[in-house]
Design a binder for this molecule. Structure first.
Ligand SMILES: NC(=O)c1ccc[n+]([C@@H]2O[C@H](COP(=O)([O-])OP(=O)(O)OC[C@H]3O[C@@H](n4cnc5c(N)ncnc54)[C@H](OP(=O)(O)O)[C@@H]3O)[C@@H](O)[C@H]2O)c1
Length: 295
């Protein structure tokens, strides 16, 4: 039985979406979408589809989505977020700016639209966990210049951050990221050296870790928080573990802390709403269910 046959058998004629990646077994997306399907008593399915990192394999995926009447779309995780884009019929403006797609939606006419909800998920968890944080109120520090950082920088700039300090181990990648997102209205993206990351925290209203440092199996993030104002919010988008070393250190000194699970849950909302036609929100109950799946 191929993974496609398995997915079709699980869906059993019901409308379905799935997470596509390589590997895909570790993904928590089935748990978070499965929660909403159950919560809203919907007759649908959300599964997993392993797709190898080759163009031919992605073309097979796109053909499958097109020809399968009950396929509503999919989410994409590593390593497909960029490579899928030329194969789709349309890329939504935010996804085009970010240069990556994490959600594919099959439209009523059967065409496939690529979207990116990572920035939406990040801003949604920020506003729900730090409602008194305002984008315009001061400098923000973002660590990292990978795929997730691109979406976060895009959303923070769109939200009106006056100065974004971007710090990445490979500085040239931060420069490449900063150039297209630098606004023309005088607001700035300042690229700082990785070795100067502790000094960058002065006056910051928000610190975001968008590197993979601190994630299970990765080295810890080595960052002295002494310069970070106590009123600043600290967001770590790593969600395994939920309480990273950065969050533990920030919590000890009284900073407001936001873990990566909220972003993960919120980024699922736009796709779910488009595929299954029901508006959803993130709840403490869903958070508990998906967090239990993280262990
Ligand atoms: N919560 C969520 O919803 C969510 C969504 C997406 C991603 N994430 C998490 O965010 C993290 C980054 O994901 P991504 O997709 O952006 O990955 P990515 O594209 O591979 O980027 C990895 C980033 O981490 C940096 N990095 C890796 N190892 C490092 C080291 N030893 N020292 C310093 N910097 C290092 C890289 O710096 P260089 O450029 O120098 O290599 C790069 O900036 C992952 O842990 C992922 O699980 C969470």
């Amino acid at each position: 039985m191929t993974p496609y046959d398995k997915l079709l058998a699980e869906a059993d004629g019901r409308p379905f979406a799935c997470i596509v990646g390589w590997p895909v077994e570790h993904s928590r997306s089935p748990a978070l979408h499965g929660f909403w399907l159950k919560q809203h008593h919907l007759d649908g399915h959300y599964g997993r589809l392993p797709v190898e990192p080759q163009r031919a394999a992605l073309e097979e995926l796109v053909a499958f989505l097109r020809r399968t009447p009950n396929a509503r779309g999919c989410n994409l995780t590593l390593p497909h977020k960029i490579e899928i884009t030329p194969l789709l019929d349309r890329i939504a403006p935010v996804a085009a700016r970010i240069g990556a797609v994490n959600t594919v939606v099959k439209q009523a006419d059967g065409s496939l639209e690529g979207r990116n909800s990572d920035g939406f998920g990040f801003m949604a968890t920020l506003s729900s966990n730090a409602p008194d944080w305002h984008a315009e109120s001061g400098p923000v520090v973002v660590l990292g210049a990978g795929g997730a950082a691109r979406a976060i920088v895009c959303s923070l700039i769109d939200a009106g951050v006056p100065e974004l300090r971007l710090v990445n181990r490979t500085q040239s990648k931060a420069v490449d990221l900063a150039v297209p997102f630098t606004p023309t209205d005088g607001r700035r993206i300042v690229v700082d050296r990785w070795d100067d990351r502790a000094e960058c925290l002065k006056d910051a209203t928000l610190l975001v870790n968008a590197t993979s440092l601190g994630m299970k199996g990765q080295p810890p993030l080595d960052l002295d928080l002494a310069h970070l104002p106590h009123a600043a919010a600290v967001c770590d988008i790593v969600y395994t573990p939920l309480e990273t070393g950065l969050l533990a250190a920030a919590r000890r000194r009284g900073n407001r802390c936001i873990d990566g699970l909220g972003m993960l849950l919120h980024q699922g909302r736009p796709g779910f709403e488009a595929w299954f036609g029901v508006k959803v929100d993130v709840s403490a109950e869903q958070r508990r269910a998906v967090a239990a799946d993280l262990l």
